[in-house]
Design a protein around this ligand. Structure first.
Ligand SMILES: *Cc1c(COP(=O)(O)O)cnc(C)c1O
Length: 324
């Protein structure tokens, strides 16, 4: 398990390489809920999501030789982007394996960050097999997106910043997918402020951690399209850390409909002036949907801002035209 000292060490390690993001008061949400509400704005993090924290810590935990042999992963999303950026900033090599089905604009976005891109096969499984081959044959280091102690400790630095900036926090709402973010934040918050609650938030359909926690063991779920695309994917049937940490540390898990998530994105844009992706809007959405009881100050982790501009515009415009 990852504990407070690991997270404090991660914070010292990554200081200067990541942004201590603002914890911004929301007058509108505070008024609606009758308690002070704050947004932890990781959409302002370099690379547009909190994933830079874990990736940076994972690289800084390696010695010089391992950094030169290189880091490798198979993510097309925020983790791949973060690993590519962190590797370049720290003078390490990064290789991102992608299937031939990944759209050209996503491939290009990773290439411009300076990573080696390898196109292999026609599925995420094919890309992962190439990762395993390069780990075995070339000694590259696999940096997993969530189920890794250094990654979890890096994400947990968000919890330390919240505890420092809002010492009387009563509840933290955290987007939940593989659970690296929730595990790290909960470990930090529960150590620094044991009375505070930490609640994970996912979409209703295809929430692998929620299904696994309910089943009592890591469970596969069918992947379905969702506005919260960064929350898709499984937790791994051989999950080592995040399933147990989420089971031990989370007070509850809330699930949201697609309409509720869209409402969160709209509120962030129209009222808070923040561009956030679906995965990052779930905490705001849970409050707006009346699914959270406020017994004191609430911090909402707004995890990232990488959303297709056309999708974002369509969602925000809906309200202006009165469709919702
Ligand atoms: C990865 C990601 C999450 C979920 O993090 P996990 O550690 O997999 O639970 C949430 N929001 C955004 C923007 C992400 O990129």
């Amino acid at each position: 398990m990852v504990t407070l000292p690991d997270i404090e060490e991660a914070r010292r390690r990554i200081a200067g390489h990541v942004v201590h993001t603002p914890l911004q008061s929301s007058q509108s949400l505070s008024g609606q809920c009758g308690a002070p509400i704050f947004l932890k704005l990781e959409n302002h993090q370099t690379t547009g999501s909190f994933k830079l924290r874990g990736a940076t810590n994972a690289i800084l935990c390696l010695n010089e030789a391992a950094r030169l042999r290189g880091l490798i992963t198979a993510s097309t999303g925020n983790h791949g982007r973060a690993l590519a950026h962190a590797a370049k900033a720290l003078g390490a090599r990064a290789t991102i394996c992608l299937s031939a089905l990944v759209p050209a604009n996503k491939v290009e976005a990773i290439r411009v960050l300076g990573a080696d891109v390898r196109i292999v096969g026609r599925s995420q499984d094919d890309a992962m097999r190439e990762v395993e081959r390069l780990v075995h044959e070339e000694g590259m280091r696999f940096v997993p997106p969530f189920d890794d102690a250094a990654v979890i400790a890096g994400q947990g630095t968000i919890g330390l910043e919240i505890a420092d900036d809002l010492p009387d926090v009563a509840l933290v709402l955290v987007p939940l997918s593989g659970g690296g973010l929730a595990s790290g934040v909960a470990a930090a918050i529960k150590s620094r402020r044991p009375q505070a609650k930490v609640i994970g938030v996912s979409m209703e359909r295809g929430a692998a951690m929620a299904v696994s926690l309910a089943a009592g063991a890591p469970t596969d779920v069918e992947e379905v399209e969702t506005l919260a695309d960064s929350l898709g994917g499984g937790i791994g049937l051989d999950n080592r850390l995040t399933f147990a940490m989420c089971r031990n540390l989370l007070d509850d898990v809330l699930l949201l409909s697609e309409d509720e998530i869209a409402e969160g994105i709209r509120h962030a844009a129209r009222v808070e002036g923040e561009t956030v992706e679906g995965a990052a809007a779930v905490g705001i959405a849970a409050l707006l949907a009346g699914k959270v009881r406020a017994d004191g100050p609430i911090a909402i982790v707004v995890s990232g801002g990488n959303i297709d501009p056309a999708v974002h515009r369509a969602i925000v415009d809906d309200i202006k035209t009165g469709v919702v």
